[in-house]
Design a protein around this ligand. Structure first.
Ligand code: GAL
Length: 683
């Protein structure tokens, strides 16, 4: 096969020249180049070096660090240092500090202790960004910029005085009149009616465990997102003006931020920080069959929904840990390489390890980089060098290709943000997403994630055979109608419980559930209940009386068939609604719509996958055991199948067509034993 060379793949590392004696720099750069690195990211926390006192700017240290990197052929990504305002700044302008919900001001001593609304902070951030962009905007070694660092990481709520004022302005612009605001926030309830704008604030502490008005709480998240974007925009605009030939990105995927809008409007591409071991800390608690680091592939699919080809600005390269939390084991031999190709399989075209050498001071003395404190040769550096050698050639073919999937999980920001507060459906989304992912992984079916936005069109949806929209409680008639067009032309759409009963303000419709999706599904919800407390676990029987039983988790919508085109695919097998419809399929146009009355588990998702006869895109030539992930990147000329073994043990593969491994050039066919944590990229 003719493999086209596309753009260059970039491999690199995050570096902090200001943390080390200058005598180390040349040796560091030399060894980076030997490791196969071509790019470094620097300076994102170094404000005090550039502006040691207000209005006094100096660049000498970074001029030397960047100049030397350039002389070694390393490209440089410059971070704007606005995630860590200097002590002089917060002392002189305390109004830039963030304040908690309870009114506590967050002080200097950690990072991200500022708010986005303070006009003073915006002014000072604009000034330091302009100084940097002016100074480095034409530097031949500088190729791009990272705005701030991980917007909305550490904390993603803001209650300083400036935030309340900015929120009030935002609300005024959105609603125009108090009458409309009162209507949208349902202030008729509990006498919350406002009759002057001066009474309007972000949510503030309230009696009964701090429970603000839910419609106001949803608008709060929308405001934070808009406010974060407008903060980032100031820097993006300055860099575009003063450094027009360098690209602009930012890193991270955090709450209360529409990363799609941010990227579409202000960035060249999106970047992400990939720490697969966070899975065990955040996602796997209490799970019998946890996916662990493989869960990260679902997060990477979300990143890909923002930017099909993205940068991993920080890739885990050692044990992770802060002094007092986030304690992660050391990646075993091969695991760092596995995670590197996991990121690449999902769309990374640039990848930088975090970090070159472990910090010897500060909160992150246990967040290990490639090199240990002692700076002697170690296994992780050798593993990185192997990856560097592989990607020097393979990267040319991979860069620019796109990940492929026939099935997408749908999400949207309104439901994520409203669901954060609304426990009647919010938590369900995370379970259903993960369980669908698990089921698809069991069948080796790659999936995308698509965010439903006001900009989403039919063309965005048509490439997929199947869309799963687990619990869109908020569903407008416009979105339902777009989904209907998708179904009419042959698409298959799957909803879970609690679909379609709220409008975009978070008001419950005075319509039978599933509200805007009623005609699509051809059913109504006769009644519903949580499955918790004194209620025993419930189950669903699929097909006829001898059909498989699966759990009906967390919430049960009891369904009533409303259209002749509807077939009942499963019935409840327990509780007083035993025998009533639990799962339905409505044939509509050339497509079909499923309604599943509970929260998904992998077993239920597998029932649907099998009914739809979905199979792996490589089913005709490849047989894989469960522990191996398949992900495909393609362009018009080539298709690369990434096979990632998450197990420590070898995995037995059957490869029916003759293939070549892009990483080694080895020809492969028949039975093949893929080493523990092994990777193949077959074409
Ligand atoms: C990221 C952050 C880095 C470093 C790393 C390890 O979230 O961008 O600066 O803190 O995590 O904790």
């Amino acid at each position: 096969m003719n493999i086209p060379a596309t753009t260059e793949f970039e491999l690199g590392v995050c570096y902090y020249p200001e943390h080390w004696p200058e005598e180390l720099w040349a040796d560091d750069y030399r060894r980076m180049v030997e490791t196969g690195f071509t790019i470094i990211r620097i300076a994102e926390f170094a404000w005090s070096f550039f502006e040691p006192e207000e209005g006094v700017f100096q660049f000498d240290l970074f001029d030397r660090a960047i100049g030397l990197a350039h002389s070694y052929g390393l490209k440089v990504i410059l971070g704007t240092p606005t995630a860590t305002p200097p002590a002089w700044l917060t002392e002189r302008y305390p109004e830039v500090l963030n304040v908690t919900y309870d009114g506590v001001t967050l002080q200097h001593g950690m990072r991200r202790h500022y708010n986005y609304s303070s006009p003073k902070y915006r002014e000072l951030c604009a000034r330091i960004t302009a100084q940097l962009a002016q100074h480095y905007g034409t530097h031949p070694g500088v190729v791009g910029w990272q705005i701030d660092n991980e917007l909305n990481c550490e904390i993603n709520v803001f209650y300083s005085e400036s935030d309340h004022l900015a929120f009030r302005e935002w609300v005024q612009a959105k609603y125009g009149t108090l009458e409309k605001l009162n209507e949208a926030w349902g202030t008729v309830f509990w006498n919350q009616t406002y009759n002057s704008w001066s009474q309007v604030f972000l949510p503030r502490p309230t009696p009964s465990f701090n429970q603000p008005n839910p419609h106001q709480a949803l608008d709060e998240k929308r405001f934070i997102s808009d406010n974060t974007i407008s903060f980032a925009r100031i820097q993006a605009d300055i860099i575009r003006r003063l450094a027009p030939s360098q690209w602009v990105t930012t890193n991270g995927l955090f709450g209360h931020l529409d990363s799609h809008e941010l990227t579409d409007e202000h960035l060249d591409f999106f970047s992400y920080d990939s720490y697969p071991q966070f899975s065990s800390i955040y996602y796997d608690a209490g799970e019998a069959d946890p996916l662990q680091d493989r869960n990260w592939s679902l997060s990477l699919s979300v990143v890909r929904s923002v930017s099909p080809n993205f940068c991993i600005m920080e890739q885990q390269s050692g044990p992770g840990g802060w002094v007092n939390r986030m304690d992660m084991p050391s990646p075993k031999p091969g695991q760092m390489r596995l995670w590197t190709y996991q990121s690449i399989a999902h769309g990374a075209d640039k990848l930088l390890y975090f970090r070159w050498r472990t910090a010897t001071v500060g909160n992150e003395i246990y967040w290990h980089g490639l090199n240990d404190y002692h700076n002697q040769p170690n296994r992780r550096v050798r593993e990185a060098a192997r990856i560097g050698r592989e990607l020097a050639e393979a990267g040319k073919h991979i860069a620019g290709t796109r990940s492929q999937a026939d099935i997408a999980i749908l999400r949207d920001y309104d439901n994520e943000w409203d669901g954060e507060y609304d426990v009647w459906y919010g938590p369900f989304m995370w379970q259903s997403n993960k369980e669908w992912f698990k089921a698809l992984q069991k069948r080796h079916i790659p999936n995308d994630v698509i965010y439903m936005r006001s900009k989403t069109t039919l063309e965005d949806l048509i490439p997929y055979q199947v869309l799963v929209y687990p619990h869109p409680a908020i569903l407008s008639d416009e979105t339902a109608s777009l989904l209907d067009q998708y179904v009419q032309q042959g698409g298959k759409l799957i909803f879970g419980c609690r679909t379609g009963y709220k409008d975009t303000r978070g008001h419950c419709y005075m319509r039978p559930f599933p509200g805007a999706a009623k005609d699509l599904c051809g059913i109504t919800v006769e009644e519903f209940t949580m499955v918790k407390g004194t209620r025993l676990p419930t189950s669903i029987r699929w097909g006829n009386a001898s059909g498989t039983l699966t759990g009906a988790d967390a919430f049960n919508d009891v369904l009533q068939v409303e259209a002749a085109t509807v077939e009942v695919m499963g019935t409840y097998a327990s509780d007083y609604y035993a025998g009533k419809p639990a799962v339905t399929r409505n044939r509509r146009g050339k497509g079909e719509v499923w309604y599943y009355g509970a929260v998904f588990n992998a077993e239920a998702a597998l029932q649907i996958i099998d009914s739809l006869s979905l199979e792996s895109p490589a089913a005709d030539w490849l047989e894989l055991p469960g522990e191996v992930e398949l992900q495909i990147r393609k362009n018009e000329n080539a298709s690369y199948a990434f096979l990632l073994n998450y197990s420590e043990e070898p995995a037995a593969l059957q490869i029916r067509h003759r293939k070549t491994d892009l990483l080694t050039g080895e020809a492969i066919s028949g039975s093949y034993s893929l080493e523990g944590f092994g990777v193949l990229v077959l074409y």
